[in-house]
Design a binder for this molecule. Structure first.
Ligand SMILES: [Zn+2]
Length: 451
């Protein structure tokens, strides 16, 4: 079944005129939407044992086994049936497993009307090793992401780019189906598709429009109707076009970030930007903004992806006051996430964000509080960050970082109140604590009260 993609509008050039004259600076991610159904294409290989021998493939294991205890039950908010791709936990089956060794078949393709310029390996190196490193850092080493290029050069498609009719928001049928069928036919003599967990298609950047005008990059995740290769549907595939080069001179450092965003979809994560742009979550998750300075995943996503132990996640479901320690989300070890469930589908997440690891744009360290709603679909605002300083203009002028939410975190002495629901979240201070979770240097204490 093909699910049509909603298509957000391109963002206008920055009104503050930052960036070189004459460049259009996109302020947010533009167009990639995950079209999802539910089935896996993956052949799960066991971690660290090398490529599966032909015929030794196992059924796709789907997403990870979430680390939790019975105490986490009230915090495992569930998606509603009608939601295609949700923030619910656990992630539904059909997506690529997000822990252990994951093999990413990576093909560089070109066309007669857009012949690859230069070495296809240069295109590969626009995204690697950075994407692999990004996942290793974000996952605290739990995701061993291995890109492989069994076909090192450009793989020429039999039709011209124009003939496939690929446009922004183009659905899987008919253009992408034709493209995947042709790609499988061209690669199959040299590729055992069963050996891989996901597919990256790095399209020659001269095919299609500039990403400054229109972002074509897209992921089709959990699509059981996809063409089959070596007996399995190519159900989790990310396509990257053009270059997300804002002209600020940062492309070599930041241009790869579209790929971790697209791969976030194959692991089952929804888009957090909306038709209005990055104003719901700002630069606090790569599923919200993937242009500009590096950023990490939300703690909620890390739990969902299986990168946090049960002991690192606290479910604040009981009445009364409880104090918790939080250590910086970007650094390994310690207590990372407090979740305050509101009902079976929603709750508040609480985490400590500092400038470290993948979080390079943080200009105001502190406790980030956001509402997660598993009833809300991808691209419709399933996560909303609570801004501790509304209408402040924010603390950053970094290009492509949503400024207003950049100073959203709460600092020691500040309190978030949801009076209607009787919930108070107070940042009690920084420093070591003896409360739930490991404390130590760099930890913050938060006090959650609910009636
Ligand atoms: Zn996306």
């Amino acid at each position: 079944m093909q699910v049509p993609c909603r298509q957000p509008q391109p963002r206008h050039p920055r009104p503050d005129g930052t960036g070189p004259p004459g460049h259009r600076i996109p302020r947010r991610r533009l167009a990639a939407l995950a079209c999802v159904t539910a089935l896996t294409f993956t052949v799960s290989t066991s971690a660290g044992t090398g490529r599966l021998a032909p015929g030794a493939s196992t059924a796709g294991a789907g997403p990870v086994t979430l680390s939790h205890t019975s105490a986490h039950g009230p915090c495992m908010i569930r998606s509603a049936r009608e939601v295609q791709m949700s923030e619910g936990i656990p992630t539904s089956a059909g997506y690529t497993r997000s822990t252990g060794t994951v093999r990413a078949l990576t093909l560089m393709i070109d066309f007669s009307d857009a012949p690859g310029e230069g070495d296809a390996q240069d295109r590969f190196h626009e995204f690697f090793p950075q994407t692999r490193d990004w996942f290793r850092t974000s996952s605290y080493g739990r995701l061993d992401y291995r890109p492989e290029t069994p076909i090192p050069g450009w793989l020429r498609m039999p039709k011209s780019f124009r003939e496939y009719g690929i446009e922004r928001g183009a659905p899987f049928e008919p253009g992408y189906r034709a493209l995947v069928e042709d790609l499988v036919a061209a690669a199959d003599p040299k590729v055992d598709f069963r050996a891989y967990d996901l597919l990256n298609v790095l399209v020659t950047p001269n095919a299609g429009p500039s990403a400054l005008d229109t972002v074509l990059s897209v992921t089709f995740a959990g699509n059981p109707e996809a063409p089959r290769a070596d007996g399995k549907p190519v159900a989790n595939a990310s396509f990257v076009y053009s270059r997300q080069d804002d002209g600020s001179g940062s492309y070599d450092r930041t241009g790869y970030r579209v790929l971790p965003h697209e791969n976030g979809h194959v692991f089952g994560l929804p888009d957090l930007y909306t038709a209005e742009g990055g104003g719901a979550v700002g630069h606090w998750d790569i599923m919200s903004e993937d242009w500009g300075a590096n950023n990490d995943f939300l703690g909620w996503h890390k739990w969902k992806l299986g990168w946090l132990d049960a002991a690192q996640v606290h479910c604040a479901a009981s009445p009364g006051t409880t104090e918790y320690a939080l250590t910086p989300l970007a650094l390994a070890g310690g207590s990372k996430l407090v979740f305050v469930p509101l009902d079976r589908r929603t709750g508040y997440a609480v985490e400590l964000r500092t400038r470290a690891g993948n979080d390079e744009a943080v200009c105001r360290p502190g406790v980030l509080i956001y509402q997660v709603d598993a009833k809300v679909d991808t691209g419709m605002g399933p996560v909303t960050v609570i801004d501790s300083r509304r209408d402040s203009g924010g603390c950053t002028r970094a290009p492509n970082v949503h400024a207003e939410l950049s100073d959203a975190p709460f600092t020691p002495g500040e309190t978030f109140r949801d009076a209607a629901r009787g919930i108070t979240i107070e940042v009690a201070g920084a420093g070591a604590v003896g409360a739930a979770g490991a404390g130590g240097e760099g930890a913050y204490r938060v006090r959650v009260t609910r009636r």
